[in-house]
Write a new protein. Structure first.
Length: 341
């Protein structure tokens, strides 16, 4: 558990007149500022909303739009590579935008995403335009990408979990409209997190608040193994999360003294022998009033089996499965052991 973390934004927020926003030009070197604005299209004046009209045709089948957002960016403005949980139909209105698109497994394995509990969750740590990134993130050089430039009137469909790095192309301000609609992945994710909160909230309230750190780690270790289906699968999953997410935590420039805090937290972790002995005490815990029967070990097994079956359909989509399972593991860890932020 890392405490006393303070994360600094890498940007500033200002109120800027629209007229000034549209006057920004790269050639004005002394005064040029990279700026972007994002807001719901529902906040536009009525006259402009009537120009947009219904966007139901730009949504996934049987899923009405959840969000309709306006994006405005000055020349060279860039959004880091990231993914969304939802279906995204991206319409270019003014100016041009360049998209670099990656499959879910490409981003998961080679873009070194922030942990899911980080304020920049769903984003890559890699600066695409920095030559130094190849040393810090060695797999980045093997990234396979698709590239497209949107002109006014173009619409790009971005499926759930597909990573995209977006930048304003050319010398003009860009105005775009993104239409988000619900996805099956979003619903499964929501179910996983809601039911985990209920189950572990009940367990911790019943017995877990008195657990030592070794006992908490033992419960987490058992549950993660059950969710993954075997010790081998759990080891493979956790090793991947460590190499692509957690090992890079100390590179976060937004947190002062993060490396020292990580070292301090690591030194306080219990030994493997302590965890094994703690599990013998934890597994027999009697948790009353749960939706599951038996000892805590049996209840954890039943709950983990349910969640593993919910994740089963995503196994063919390797990147999607890894993203959802990874977030679930981090969420459970934060509940049992403590938040990382």
């Amino acid at each position: 558990m890392l405490s006393n973390l303070s994360w600094a934004h890498a940007w500033e927020e200002h109120v800027v007149p629209t007229e000034l926003f549209f006057k920004e030009r790269v050639g004005d070197a002394d005064n040029f500022r990279r700026m972007y604005a994002m807001f719901s299209a529902r906040h536009l004046p009525d006259a402009l909303q009537s120009d947009i009209g219904s966007m139901d045709g730009l949504s996934a089948v049987w899923n009405p739009p959840l969000e309709l957002n306006v994006w405005m960016g000055t020349p060279t403005m860039t959004t880091p590579a990231h993914f969304d949980w939802v279906h995204n139909f991206y319409t270019q209105i003014v100016g041009r935008k360049r998209f670099i698109i990656m499959k879910p497994e490409e981003g998961l394995n080679k873009l070194y995403p922030f942990t899911f509990l980080h304020p920049s969750a769903r984003q890559s740590r890699v600066d695409f335009f920095s030559l130094n990134e190849r040393e810090k993130f060695p797999e980045f050089k093997n990234l396979q990408t698709y590239e497209v430039v949107l002109e006014p009137g173009d619409v790009l469909y971005i499926p759930p979990f597909y990573w995209h790095h977006v930048s304003v192309a050319g010398d003009d301000v860009s105005v775009s409209l993104s239409t988000h609609s619900d996805s099956h992945q979003t619903r499964v994710r929501g179910s996983l997190l809601r039911t985990a909160e209920v189950f572990w909230g009940h367990v911790l309230k019943s017995v877990g608040f008195s657990w030592t750190l070794a006992e908490k780690v033992s419960a987490l270790q058992y549950f993660v193994t059950e969710v993954c289906g075997s010790e081998k699968n759990a080891h493979r999953m956790l090793s991947h999360m460590i190499s692509t997410r957690w090992e890079q935590m100390e590179l976060d420039d937004g947190v002062d003294g993060l490396k020292e805090l990580i070292d301090e937290a690591s030194s306080a972790f219990p030994s493997e022998q302590d965890v094994v002995e703690a599990w013998e005490r934890v597994r027999r815990s009697d948790v009353m009033g749960s939706a599951y029967d038996g000892s805590l070990e049996e209840q954890m097994s039943a709950f983990a089996d349910e969640k593993r079956k919910e994740l089963e359909p995503f196994k063919e989509e390797r990147g999607a499965h890894g993203i959802i399972l990874g977030e679930f593991i981090e969420y459970i860890s934060s509940q049992i052991i403590g938040s990382l932020s």
